[in-house]
Design a protein around this ligand. Structure first.
Ligand code: F6R
Length: 618
């Protein structure tokens, strides 16, 4: 949720912190703040409600002494509204220590009471849980004179999920961080080191990164990095190379990150497939730990995810059940562990997450593991937590997704889960090698077909332009079109703030058809008329039923599908593809529609209200 950056190095820490925060702002944008220790050893902080630019303007207007040690924060409010007081950093009671935090300290009320019992004179200046942590670390530092130890003493008392970064004016050149179930990565520079919620915080400066495990504390100086566990004992660390370039996380001339990322949907699929289809077979050496024998022995798969990731999970279910003939359940991560699911060592839990940090998904993975399930993570973010907590990881290579609404990550997730489904089908001999090869060719054809769909952008923009006063939109789909209907509705809610619902078209007559009144716009994802087990006729009947009641039909249909023409007000054509591949094409017009409608309404599509990219609290 919040973005965190820490730096020790040159005397330009303000520039480094603001650059990092700019790249992390997608994580939260209610308020922002920095703390810096200047060369005289003075601590300076500045924090402002609003987007990062408010802080930047403020710093430009009134300046702040620069220094070589600093921390920065961009906030998504949990405790206390988004105002200057609640913005981070928070200070120790003597004003010498500054602390920033991502996550929720669940026992902060008890800790506050304990703190007040011991230090009744303490004045709280905010409504946050974070300030309690800052005060506690400040008191501990006074006792120990040792910043890592002070933080260790405090984290031992915290419940919940947190990343904390702290600096103290008596320890210039030192930033200490701690994490539990909340993201933090180290960036390794030359004469400088970094901490960040993700690698975006420092990729401009270094591509060398280091993971920090759960319940670990890190101390960075300009020429050293020390990582310990919560008992202060040294731990093994793992370095990795950040694969994408800083420019990948830049807008590069596009009007918004969302527009850029939609245009990257073909590349997101292509890059996810690169090197993974060899001689007509699936090649996934990274899944070595899930051997053919293990895959054959599975009796059930559960796929979990939230929001958009849950819709790619649904497509994964359709593909795995059809191709690999194994039962699959799809579940929202946040529902999964609260209903006592039946899980054992013959269950494979597949988690799907763009960020790799979604707390609901992380907790579900840990829960499934504790019950003996094997776990596979499909994830887009190197160095993130969920892959590290899983037995195996299949990375999507969509590149950094900065806009809050997920677009290119979705199509990459579908490509990855389809690859896995075909690997499973091969291992379980439910498809012949030539059937697998044929399906892989269809998968490999998607990027070029997605390019064709993107050519419809102008027509969809025009349609969106006509609909700026629309108050409600319905999306209908069947089978593989159903998750796409829900994805279309979610995207429109998120970025255009328009009430929208996605339904299975077959469910219409069981209730939702009551919503249809003259003029009601309804997007319909029409299945191909060519597919063997086609639902085409039934969906065309559904269209007729709602059209008879005055609905305005916006159909996404295969090129040349003449059957929908008489009943549709608008037809958005997509290239010919078979049943399970068609949805990957059909989703793109819906992404474009949400983008264009929100833009036509003058909204900030990259940072919609109330949202944050990475949902690191439950
Ligand atoms: C929708 C969206 C969210 C995310 C969801 C899961 O546009 O962005 O619904 O898909 O919060 O996030 P990840 O994939 O990071 O676990």
């Amino acid at each position: 949720m919040c973005g965190i950056v820490g730096y020790v190095g040159s005397d330009q820490s303000i520039e480094v912190l603001l650059g990092g925060l700019r790249r992390l702002e997608y994580r939260g944008y209610d308020s922002a703040g920095i703390a810096v220790i200047d060369p005289e050893g003075e601590l300076h902080t500045r924090k402002r409600a609003g987007k990062l630019q408010v802080l930047v303007d403020d710093l430009e207007a009134t300046g702040l002494p620069n220094g070589s040690t600093g921390i920065g924060h961009t906030r998504w409010a949990t405790h206390g509204g988004p105002n200057d007081q609640n913005a981070h950093p928070h200070l120790g009671d003597d004003g010498k220590l500054a602390l920033i935090h991502n996550g929720i300290i669940e026992n902060f009320a008890e800790l506050k009471a304990e703190l007040l019992a011991e230090h009744p004179e303490t004045v709280f200046t905010s409504e946050t849980d974070t300030e309690v942590a800052a005060l506690l670390v400040g008191f501990e530092y006074r006792k120990t004179g040792d910043l890592p130890q002070a933080l260790l003493n405090v984290v031992a008392r915290l419940h919940g999920a947190f990343t904390l970064l702290v600096l103290h004016r008596d320890q210039p050149g030192v930033v200490v961080g701690a994490r539990r179930n909340s993201p933090l990565v180290i960036g390794l520079g030359d004469g400088e080191n970094f901490l960040g919620s993700d690698v975006a915080a420092f990729v401009e400066h270094t591509h060398r990164a280091m993971e920090i495990g759960q319940d670990q504390v890190v101390t960075i100086r300009k020429d050293s990095v020390v990582v310990t566990d919560f008992d202060g004992l040294p731990v093994e660390t793992r370095e990795f190379e950040v694969e994408w370039d800083a420019s990948a996380a830049e807008k590069g001339g596009w009007s918004s990150f969302m527009a850029k990322e939609i245009s990257e949907e073909p590349a997101a699929v292509a890059n996810t497939l690169i090197g993974r289809i060899v001689d007509g077979a699936v090649h996934l050496p990274e899944l070595e730990s899930l051997s053919g024998e293990i895959l054959r022995d599975l009796d059930r798969i559960v796929i979990i995810g939230c929001g958009t990731a849950a819709y790619s999970a649904m497509l994964g279910k359709y593909a795995i059940e059809k191709w690999a003939r194994i039962p699959v359940d799809v579940e929202l991560s946040h529902e999964f562990r609260y209903r006592d699911p039946v899980i054992n060592s013959r269950t494979l839990l597949v988690s799907i997450s763009q960020s790799g940090e979604t707390m609901d998904t992380l907790m579900a993975v840990k829960y499934a593991r504790s019950l003996g399930a094997r776990t596979l993570s499909i994830c887009n973010t190197q160095g993130s937590t969920i892959p590290r907590e899983s037995d195996a990881v299949l990375y999507t290579h969509a590149g950094p997704e900065v806009a809050v609404a997920s677009t290119k990550a979705f199509v990459a997730q579908v490509a990855a889960i389809y690859l896995f489904a075909l690997r499973l089908a091969g291992a379980r001999s439910t498809l012949t090698p030539s059937e697998v090869s044929g399906l892989l060719s269809e998968l490999a054809a998607l990027p070029a077909q997605l390019d064709v769909v993107l050519e419809e952008q102008d027509a969809i923009k025009q349609l969106a332009g006509w609909m700026t006063d629309t108050r409600s939109v319905i999306f209908l789909g069947r089978h593989a079109g159903y998750p796409i209907a829900m994805e279309g509705a979610l995207k429109l809610k998120e970025v255009a703030y328009i009430h929208s619902e996605g339904f299975a078209a077959g469910e219409l007559k069981h209730g939702p058809i009551a919503l249809i009144e003259p003029g009601q716009p309804v997007f319909v994802i029409v299945p191909s008329p060519r597919a063997k087990d086609s639902l085409h006729k039934k969906v065309v009947s559904n269209i007729q039923e709602i059209r008879a009641r005055g609905a305005r039909i916006l159909a996404i249909a295969e090129q040349g599908d003449a059957a929908v023409l008489p009943y549709a007000d608008v037809v958005i054509p997509i290239p010919l593809a078979s049943t399970l591949f068609e949805p990957v094409l059909a989703v793109v017009p819906l992404h474009i529609f949400a983008l264009e409608l929100a833009s036509a309404k003058g909204l900030d599509v990259d940072q919609p209200r109330n949202l944050a990219k990475s949902v690191t609290v439950e």
